[in-house]
Write a protein that binds this ligand. Sequence first.
Ligand code: TZP
Ligand code: MG
Length: 207
Amino acid sequence: MSSLYLVTDSAIAQQAGHTLAYVVDEACRAGIRWVQLREKSLSTRAFLELGTVLKRITQTYGANLIINDRVDIALAIDADGVHVGQDDMPCSLVRSLIGPNKIIGLSINNLAELEAARDVDVNYLGIATIFPTSTKQDTSSLLGLEGLQLICQRTTLPTFAIGGINTRTIQEIARTRATGSAVVSAICGHPSPYEATRELIKLMDDA
Ligand code: TZP
Ligand code: MG
């Protein structure tokens, strides 16, 4: 399974002239098997409707659909899992709500957060933020490759690096111990999400 992870941003997709459904369909067609629906300003109804559309698309390709923050929406559309950050619902509570067979991802920004997550029942870690990015404003730390490597060395969980990863930087990530890379603008903001995904996967595989 490809370890490239697409995190959505409908504003970035829209600026590139795409709907999110198009971006996700094209990315899945090109080989993406991890998609996170991350929307910070949608109404609950719009989030639910978008989630329903993306669930249908990802299911067609056998890709995992993970919902950012919203456990209720993940449950409502029977998504594959939930991704939470440090200020979101605690993972133990997410687990009790979504059950043992769903995927939980947790964002980790530094070693202290990794230590705090030691005994937490999660399936993978998102490691942020690796490189500067304009996609997310409130990034608390900049880990760089060394910070990423330190965190990956101290966990046996699958790890997805995020932040500033694109065709210029993905090979550096692929040479660390991280399981994979998560990207927003490199796919959502590209004129061809299909070509962008193909290129990123090829670069990863060649690294
Ligand atoms: N979390 C940390 S950085 C980031 C998120 C969601 C955004 C990464 O966006 P991009 O465009 O891939 O740099
Ligand atoms: Mg969150």
